[in-house]
Design a protein around this ligand. Structure first.
Ligand code: WTA
Length: 654
């Protein structure tokens, strides 16, 4: 039994919200039941949101059996995603704004890009890609600032059937090179510089460094953002602005099979290097469009703002694909929440009359700490729905978001999902559910959450229970494979608990039957809403010549949710100095990127290991969490005195 309180204070939807929402409480119950009782009919109908070139006859064909895992949705249908996100809106809303672009600096003008503008820009970029030799099935890396050309690039790839893989602009040249090589990309699309928070990241020169480690066949298409000087390699580098100016605006969309890959997105797991999550065409776009409309209760004419970066899955599904498939107006923001000051988000909401606002708990916590006046000086009366994603939200942040930002009248959708799931799997719906601060509440349509006892794998029935979270059956937005490594896909998600998709998250079902995500149960940590494998940071640390061994765990951090805590054993004879600590921190930043910067580095003369040499991470986690009372059984340690030393020299959280 868990310690889950039956329920905290609940926040039911207002009668107006319930009356006007796409889905109210009764509709949720009926639709959910229908989606579980007869998924084939349910999804056959929902797939009608999308225009098909050739209609599908088969809805789903799923096998979760180890050794034979295969996931197919709408498999004999054909379609094109860019056609669905752009062309089909031209007749009815060609002049409507598709993308509002808000630059890093409020002194620069915002852009309003209509669906007709988008059609021209995407078609031109698609022709540029073709001229550079990119075709159906080829991989293209996108390493870009948050500028409209990033969305054009994504849509241009889908238009010609190329598979994009976006690398977040905060990743280092090494991380970029690993991804270019990992998917054997033909082209890297980048920009000269990426302005963020008043500083410019030299993207092109990062790409130059990365490409030194890649095949010399890889080309580089460079978008002009700041005009900042870049080096240029004739025959490898191409000027997007010059090529697009001359390109034809006519590029018929390629007919794609529903199960053709749409994109690859690298994400961290508990072991090894990041894996390339593969999403395919038909199921993904149906699921992204549906969740965008229902979860955010999006209505025609609403201004939707998701503050994520297109480098993460949230940006894929809820800045670009979901909103544009629905003919929405989506806001794309280049900057950060605190530049020029902590009112930036709220000023953008006021300026563009944002109706739905979707961000991460880490941003909410950071802004909450700056004081209410930054919010209160802005007119937020157009806000109707608030959303959060990426990590569990603590009740204090939830209450601040609800009261100070939403003025107690905007439902908060706490959306739980993953890179692997393509779209929301659990969330309250704004017109249907009485929200509880911190609870992901209810499964989305077609989703069958199952809580399992972690060691036996037995299904835990009933309410007021806790365990690991799995999903029975499939949904259209599910990932299909790991790029180039289907075995890793099966092993990661289908081998621990037979017959289920294993999420890697822990979960409680409270006395009312509502779901609460408790965090990762594996060695994945969540730093400022960015997902990171502790193994990646460890392998970066041990690549340093003076490091013998390293173990990395997460610890609770007030703003970031989790911070990165590293235990480092130096090579014998090396001096543990402050300078070396700084050097290691910088080292990890260069190996992976600034998002992986260690928060705390503790010198560890030894690491707690079992007699068979396995590092006991459970103990390291407890020490980092400052929870010494709960160290548990240490009797299997080869040398228990190691633990005493680690406790004694624990780094202060600061
Ligand atoms: C965590 C981000 C609690 C979870 C879309 C998951 C959450 C991981 C929530 C996926 C939420 C995401 N409440 N935890 N609302 N949303 N998570 O792949 O641990 O970057 O497994 O996808 O973030 O992170 P990813």
């Amino acid at each position: 039994m868990s310690d889950t309180a039956p329920s905290t204070k609940t926040y039911p939807p207002s009668p107006e919200m319930a009356a006007n929402a796409h889905v109210d409480a009764a509709a949720y119950e009926a639709m959910y039941e229908a989606s579980i009782a007869d998924p084939e009919s349910f999804w056959r109908k929902e797939a009608g949101r999308i225009d098909w070139m050739k209609p599908f006859t088969q809805v789903k064909d799923i096998n979760y059996a180890l050794g034979q895992v295969s996931i197919n949705w709408f498999a004999d249908g054909t379609l094109n995603v860019s056609e669905n996100c752009v062309d089909r809106h031209l007749a009815t809303r060609g002049d409507q704004t598709a993308i509002i672009w808000e630059p890093d600096s409020p002194d620069e003008d915002a852009l309003h890009i209509s669906y007709s503008d988008l059609h021209v820009a995407v078609s031109k970029m698609a022709n540029v890609l073709k001229d550079l030799g990119v075709g159906k099935g080829d991989r293209v890396i996108i390493y870009m600032p948050m500028i409209p050309e990033a969305a054009y690039a994504m849509l241009a790839c889908t238009r010609i059937g190329a598979i994009h893989s976006i690398v977040f602009a905060g990743f280092s040249p090494d991380a970029l090179a690993a991804r270019v090589n990992g998917c054997d990309a033909k082209l890297v699309i980048t920009a000269d510089q990426a302005p963020r928070g008043g500083k410019a990241t030299p993207l092109k020169s990062n790409a130059d460094q990365a490409l030194l480690h890649c095949s010399d066949k890889v080309k580089c298409l460079v978008v002009k953002r700041t005009g900042g000087q870049t080096t240029w390699i004739e025959g490898r580098d191409y000027d997007y602005n010059a090529l697009a100016a001359d390109a034809s605006a006519d590029c018929p969309p390629e007919e794609m099979n529903a199960e053709d890959p749409l994109f690859i997105l690298y994400t961290s797991g508990s072991t090894g290097q990041p894996k390339g999550v593969v999403h395919t065409t038909g199921g993904y776009i149906v699921y992204a469009a549906m969740t965008h409309q229902i979860t955010f209760d999006y209505h025609d004419g609403d201004i939707f703002w998701c503050t994520a970066d297109v480098g993460w899955v949230t940006g894929h599904s809820y800045i670009v694909y979901g909103p544009l498939a629905n003919g929405a107006t989506t806001l794309m923001f280049e900057g950060v929440p605190t530049y020029p000051d902590a009112s930036r988000f709220w000023q953008v909401c006021e300026k563009h009359k944002v109706n739905q606002f979707y961000t991460a708990p880490t941003a909410i916590r950071a802004l909450m700490g700056q004081g209410n006046e930054y919010v209160e000086t802005c007119d937020l009366s157009d806000l109707r729905i608030l959303g959060t994603v990426g990590e569990p939200i603590n009740p204090e942040a939830w209450n601040w978001y609800n009261q100070v930002v939403g003025k107690g009248r905007c439902p908060i959708v706490d959306t739980w999902w993953q890179t692997e799931t393509g779209g929301h799997l659990m969330t309250p719906l704004p017109g249907a559910h009485a929200m509880k601060p911190g609870s992901a509440m209810k499964p989305f349509f077609g989703i069958r959450p199952v809580i399992l006892e972690p060691t036996t794998g037995e299904v835990v029935e009933g309410n007021d229970v806790e365990g690991v979270l799995c999903i029975a059956d499939s949904w259209p937005g599910q990932m299909r494979t790991v790029w180039g490594d289907h075995e890793r896909f099966e092993k990661t998600y289908f081998s621990d608990y037979k017959g289920y998709y294993f999420t890697g998250d822990g979960c409680k079902r409270d006395a009312d039957g509502d779901y609460w995500i408790t965090g990762r149960v594996d060695d994945v940590i969540n730093v400022s809403g960015h997902r990171m494998g502790t193994a990646e940071v460890e392998s970066a640390l041990v690549a340093h010549a003076r490091v013998a061994e390293a173990a990395v765990v997460g610890y609770p951090h007030d703003i970031k949710g989790q911070g990165i805590y590293c235990y480092v054993t130096l090579m014998s004879g090396e001096e543990p100095t402050e300078e070396l600590r700084k050097e290691l921190r910088n080292w990890v930043r260069t190996e992976i990127g600034p998002i992986a910067s260690p928060d705390l580095i503790q010198w560890a003369p030894g690491l707690p290991k079992t007699r068979s040499g396995k590092i006991m991470r459970r103990i390291l986690r407890k020490i980092a969490e400052d929870d010494f009372g709960a160290l548990g059984d240490t009797s299997t340690l080869a040398d228990p005195s190691v633990v005493e030393d680690l406790i004694e020299n624990r780094m202060n959280k600061g």
